[in-house]
Design a binder for this molecule. Structure first.
Ligand code: HEC
Ligand code: HEC
Length: 333
């Protein structure tokens, strides 16, 4: 086991340093229960929810954040790569927005430091919502009900992309999924997991998955190389973290995805090439740990991973105020 893990020495040291405070009611586990979100400013969150579902932040008037981060389906689009403006093929798989507030940074390569920094990106990305920040603000400012709501929430007449992204980020911070069966088990409910699920968790720990997938989000807290023991043949040109740091050592390092709700967030990996959890677990075992799981072991790990599905955010669909005569018209084609 030590030998298998040798190539991981650096990754392990990093990951364990990050999870040293792991003690909890269930003892010294590398994964901690995820805590329910507290909405500090309900009016700001409610505005952010409207904007998350607002298709008029896109040039077509058709694509909202929820188009690609569908909150009815685990906060993803369940596609290999997303469909953007004009049915453009996206370059990379859309990660879930659920529990994204736990991420060390946003995007596969971590190029946005915060949810607020991230939220402006897709609106102006020509391959996604294909709008401009100016036009997005113009649309919102042309709608009196929005103007009034921004004024009430921010206590100011200012309505810029700053306020827009701040509200969206506040909403995203509430998208946390507590009370999974695994969390119930961590918190002491010993019959919350069956024998196979427990065996899967043991394998997950003893084979070394927790070196990278740990903490409350079971990931999201470090960047690691994809293909530690053997190279990964990606179907996309993305090179990961090197795009941000410029360091050669970061080539093909990606943010370790959260495994919370992973049952819902297929397909897997940054290029979306693993269609099933069975496939993803097999690839991880071989490429990250040099370990080939038997089909029984693989199935046990998969059954453990499915216990990480938490309570999904319960949302009332927001009703958005109508456009006015002054609202810039959508340009879908
Ligand atoms: C056309 C599809 C599409 C739309 C629309 C879209 N996103 Fe995304 N989103 C993606 C993709 C693809 C990524 C991954 C990009 C990358 O890592 O380079 C992503 C990444 C993210 C992340 C980072 C998650 C993580 O784990 O790193 C967050 C948060 C997010 N989007 C929120 C939003 C918000 C808020 C909006 C609306 C303002 C939005 N997205 C609109 C496709 C989309
Ligand atoms: C060296 C760090 C490391 C180890 C060890 C590791 N992983 Fe991963 N895991 C990653 C990274 C990085 C990714 C994203 C890779 C990519 O998309 O190219 C990932 C992705 C995944 C995914 C896909 C999630 C998604 O949303 O796309 C699953 C499932 C997964 N790992 C499970 C496991 C299991 C099970 C083990 C143990 C057998 C394991 N991992 C071991 C770093 C690691």
């Amino acid at each position: 086991m030590k030998d298998i893990l040798k190539p991981l020495a650096v990754a392990l040291a990093l990951a364990f340093a990050g999870s040293a405070q792991a003690a909890g009611p269930a003892g010294n586990e590398p994964i901690q229960p995820i805590k329910a979100a507290k909405a500090s400013d309900p009016a700001l969150v409610e505005l952010g929810k409207k904007l998350f579902f607002e298709p008029r932040l896109s040039r077509s008037g058709f694509i909202s954040c929820n188009s690609c981060h569908n909150l009815s389906m685990g906060g993803t689009d369940n596609l290999k790569s997303s469909i953007g403006h004009n049915w453009q093929k996206g370059p990379i798989n859309a990660p879930t927005v659920l529990n994204a507030s736990f991420n060390v940074a946003q995007f596969w390569d971590g190029r946005a430091n915060t949810l607020k920094d991230q939220a402006g990106g897709p609106i102006a990305n020509p391959g996604e919502m294909a709008f401009t920040h100016e036009l997005a603000v113009e649309v919102l400012s042309s709608i009196p009900a929005y103007k009034a709501e921004f004024r009430q929430v921010f206590k100011s007449e200012r309505l810029t992309i700053e306020e827009v992204t701040k509200a969206i980020a506040a909403f995203e911070e509430t998208l946390v999924t507590p009370n999974s069966r695994f969390d119930q088990w961590l918190l002491g409910k010993k019959d919350a997991l069956n024998k196979d699920e427990l065996a899967g968790y043991q394998l997950f720990k003893t084979s070394g998955c927790t070196a990278c997938h740990n903490g409350p989000a079971v990931g999201g807290n470090s960047f690691q190389k994809m293909g530690v023991v053997a190279p990964y043949k990606a179907s996309s040109p993305a090179e990961g973290r090197v795009a941000v740091t410029g360091k050669d050592a970061d080539r093909f390092s990606f943010k370790v995805p959260t495994l919370r709700n992973v049952e819902l967030t297929y397909p897997y990996f940054h290029d979306g090439e693993a269609a099933t959890l069975t496939q993803a677990v097999d690839t991880m075992g071989r490429l990250q740990l040099g370990r080939t799981f038997s089909s029984t072991e693989n199935a046990q790990i998969v059954s453990f991973l499915k216990t990480l599905t938490g309570e999904q955010p319960k949302l009332t669909l927001p009703i958005l105020p109508p456009s006015t005569d002054a609202t810039p018209r959508p340009q879908p084609f």
